[in-house]
Design a protein around this ligand. Structure first.
Ligand SMILES: [Ca+2]
Length: 263
């Protein structure tokens, strides 16, 4: 039987996770005290990122640049929200040690507030940019959005190849983004499924767990070494998750991913 060796083309599904608010930095176990003009908001939820959601859903609060997030109990946090005006009008800034608070600096994206829900658009570096056959475009994911070695890992995307519903993948190839080699993914998992449920309730089978072929930096907007592997599992859909990256950076990025195999 003649097998056709192809680079699979894809119908993109959707991203797994992406963060639109830029978290510039945090100071743990601390709270900032200003003498005047601060607004406080109590959020029902046990995570400080609920404060970010609250900010983005309040019209007129787009100038907020920092906040304290206090953990009240397991199910409730409280946030003090600070604007640039707060800093300009206050003559007293104090950073207090506070084991129940984390202090956040944030930069909000340009947002468009419609009736509902809030529509947030910031960049065109979404998952489809990893499979548009151009190294001029890239997919970038901040993940937890901290300046660490692991930020952006455990993110990825899933795809439904349009060329076949039972393809056999035997190789992959990654290409780097346009800047910041620290963001290059170094290792990745590739999983497959024949389920039609690709997010909640999905069930994935591991096909490959290893290098992206970018250990040796090929330069910007360039392909790494093709990674060949043995696989006998035919699948309808695939999922990539980045498991490590080259250096300390806010995000993971790559300009192209090719899944190579048989139909
Ligand atoms: Ca691309």
């Amino acid at each position: 039987m003649l097998s056709v060796f192809v680079i699979l083309s894809f119908v993109l599904s959707l991203m797994i996770y992406d963060v639109e608010v830029i978290q510039i930095g945090i100071i743990r176990n601390a709270s900032l005290i200003l003498t005047s003009n601060r607004s406080s908001s109590t959020i029902e939820g046990n995570q400080c990122n609920k404060c970010l959601c609250k900010i983005l859903n309040i019209d007129g609060f787009s100038s907020i640049v920092s906040f304290n997030c206090y953990i009240i109990n397991m199910s409730k946090v409280s946030c003090d929200l600070f604007t640039r005006t707060n800093y300009q009008m206050s003559s007293d800034y104090r950073m207090n040690i506070n084991l129940n608070s984390t202090f956040y600096f944030v930069e909000l994206p340009s947002i468009t507030i419609q009736h509902a829900p809030v529509v947030i658009t910031r960049s065109d570096e979404y998952p489809a940019r990893a499979i548009d056959n151009s190294t001029e475009t890239k997919y970038l994911n901040f993940g937890a959005n901290l300046l660490t070695l692991t930020s952006g890992t455990d993110t990825g995307f899933y795809v439904i190849p349009s060329i076949s519903n039972a393809s056999l993948v035997v190789a992959l190839r990654f290409a780097t983004g346009n800047d910041l080699e620290q963001r290059d993914p170094l290792t990745v998992t590739l999983e497959g499924t024949n389920s039609t449920s690709l997010d909640i309730g999905s069930s994935w089978t591991l096909i490959y767990n290893g290098s992206t072929g970018l250990e040796s930096d090929p330069g910007r907007k360039s392909y790494g070494v093709q990674q060949n592997f043995t696989n006998t599992i035919r699948c309808a859909s695939y999922r990539f998750l980045v498991t490590s990256k080259r250096g300390i950076a806010y995000a993971v990025q790559y300009s192209e991913v090719q899944i190579i195999g048989f139909v």
